[in-house]
Design a protein. Sequence first.
Length: 236
Amino acid sequence: MKKIVLFALGMAMSMTTFAQDEVETTISADVVSNYIWRGQDLGGVSLQPTLGIAYKGFSLTGWGSVGLTDPTDTKEFDLTAAYTVGGFNIGVTDYWFNAGLDPAGRYFKYDAHGTNHVFEANVGYDFGVASLQWFTNFSGNDGANKDGKRAYSSYVEAIVPFKFASVDWTATAGAVPFATDFYNGWTSGFAVTNLSLKATKDVKVTESFSVPVFAQVAANPCTQKAYLVLGFTLIP
């Protein structure tokens, strides 16, 4: 699996059509009332910073999350290497969570049977009116299937952006296709785990500074839970 991912990244990096020509840097931070990830409730009020660079379609991004009100909320630090050309994208993410197989929560512990890291491959395509993404865990602290073996836990998601009443909207539908205990405690097979509708609007603070504010209604049909999330993004 690792060889396949590396080969695909190499092939994608050789294609520069439609790629950007200058190095771009991303610095931002979201503050959210509730951390909801793929239909899972991972914590309350959280700060989620992003730092990334991109060049000719290739990007390296660091993303994190830390709870602001509850010390037991999920702490997370993710590193993603990705490539985009035209509508096609491919990437690999190293997720680190403070909870996992290592009770001490050490970041630099990569032992196959004692790490809190999860390694995931992603491939997708943006058709313009909608995008489709597929994610699969291929190493690290993955879930188990019905036989107790590595599940190669997967998640597939369709995203539809649109504009309505001067507001940017995003509709998302996500599902877990195979049995795994990685998502929502346990899914015995195909399960819809994420249905959400998000609205984003820039709030003007000064003549030269505005803050994107968003609200999101999210539901997980598998666990029969629903959430209302409010947040804003700080971009220097």
